[in-house]
Design a binder for this molecule. Sequence first.
Ligand code: ADP
Ligand code: MG
Length: 695
Amino acid sequence: MEKVTEIFGTMAFDERVMKAMLSEKVYKSLKRTIDKGEPLDTTVADAVAEAMKEWAVERGATHYTHWFQPMTGVTAEKHDSFISPAPDGRVIMEFSGKELIKGEPDASSFPSGGLRATFEARGYTAWDPTSYAFVKDGTLYIPTAFCSYGGEALDKKVPLLRSMDALNVQALRILKLFGTDASCVKTSVGPEQEYFLIPKELYDKREDLVMTGRTLFGAPAPKGQEMDDHYFGSIKPRVAEYMADLDRELWKLGILAKTKHNEVAPSQHELAPIYKTTNVAADHNQLTMEIMKRVAARHGLVCLLHEKPFKGVNGSGKHNNWSISTDKGENLLSPGKEPHDNVRFLLFLVAVIKAVDEYQDLLRLSVATAGNDHRLGANEAPPAVISVFLGDEIQSVLDSIENDAPYDSRKQSMMDLGARVLPSLRKDTTDRNRTSPFAFTGNKFEFRALGSSNSISCANIHLNAAVAESLRQFADVLEKADDFDHAVHHLIRETIKEHKRIIFNGNGYDDSWLEEAKKRGLSNYRTTVDCMPHICDSKNVEMLTRHGIFTEAEIYSRRDIMLENYVKTVNIEALTMIDMAKTQILPAVSAYAAKQAEGIVSVRKAVPEARCAYETRIVDRLSALSDEIDGAVADLTEREKEMSGISDIVAQSECVRDSLIPAMDRLRAFADEAETMTAKEYWPFPTYDKLLFGV
Ligand code: ADP
Ligand code: MG
């Protein structure tokens, strides 16, 4: 088997390759753009393109593609070959700087939320030189941003890069006041990715999984996750082979796949990479999700990235570990040895706290999708209420500042494990709190409300933007201060006072927290429909446009796109349910009831006094359930029609939430009961026991 160090990054046009293949002048120029965010010197593009082509062709590439992230949530690509005719009838392989920098896919069919009428279909892709190009399946992939003819963002990368810029600008203002040596500040993200693996042959038999990525019907299996025997449990050989194969594919692309383990639900697993600069982390996460699915196919498995594939067991999320650091490698969210003395750390910390409090709604809606609505607030994922967890030590530091009380620096305690052979461990300054949506974990924040299939971009766009806004306000005050030390201290204290309502160190799964959160005036948007329109609230529009993250038109378009996405997703689910109920479930239930009825007749023929109580009860109940299912299908069909006729997107999404989803739930309840009474051999598709324990 190849050595990891040898295969790592072999398919990525990374710095090693750039250094080896580019002239020193070109390399240095490109590095300035990559490391310090300086504008790209387009005169180097030809040389870079030539080197990329040479390198890619050596790796079997015949094509190149501008790889981008439209608002569909998945990536898009259009492949062009390198060939160019030579005068003598042969072809040569060509790739110019112009082709590297700019592409022009026909963009008319991507969601634009009204930003671009179909007749002005032009959309442009622009090379993102800060994210490495790579070779996959004989194609050179060039990470790009996607915008309209008028420069409006049509994707998730453009605003993400803008948000990173905004944070950089404001953070540098603060660092200058502290005399910190830095010329650039970047955010980093390590996204932990959860997923399910199920056998392909079972997946193929379920229309709901194929059409929607989740089960729309299904009675619970006798066993779920109650034994806690899957979490961190030993990994089954078939899964281990899959994971090993996946790691290798990711490593080749230069993705730092690091940790893998079983998750809480049966058949659920997790993969975490080592953190990277946010835009690269976003690209890598998109790529990781794609490779996860693809590698699964090779193993006869299907990788489900849906937030809630199965009712009754945990869904899948994505933890966005986020920090801010300078180009000198200093993590600004890292408390020094004595957190209470570390003023700069505390200022950045309270900037985040203020940001989360003031823009709770933006953070909530950045993770809102139809799929994630099944998780947030259910007893498995953080609640839909956004709050911040700090842990005891940081909390007492903040308390002492707020109350002007001296801080009693506790000694970092050693943990006694009680067994002599075990080493003593240093206790982390924060304990783990898995129930908080936004937890400080030592030197980073972990935003845990993301759904497993979400792009991480949206969450980070809003997070970066909100923190940039806090820092802007801080810098405005501090730049004018005569006595800096006094002003900083005062600012930190006032910020704590003003925003401490967002801090919650208790159990986020507890119902009493929801009560308390309400008293504190925190928002609790349970569904996508509840939160999404708030992106257009004036405070949000003002902040996002002030930092150049979005134009006002882009904000409205995003609201519409996200709501359309929600409506379409649930609509497909409703239609799939109707189809499965009519063509699979009802025929199966009737057939089984008829079979039982025939049984009763023939038993009585043989034994006229036989009671046939069991059979009679089954026939009676199944026949009643068939009628209920039939009625629920008719009701759902009617509501679906009514919903489809609504033209205003906000009203339409409300109709989905208030009318369609409850009707789907009713249909499911009847069908799931019927499943528990119908002989397994009659049931038309694999049931939960097989799906969850089949690998
Ligand atoms: P846990 O499951 O305990 O939360 P993991 O080790 O599974 O922890 O994942 C932690 C994630 O946080 C990894 O992706 C890791 O690279 C990332 N991470 C660690 N330090 C930082 C940091 N300073 N900034 C951003 N992400 C970080
Ligand atoms: Mg985590």
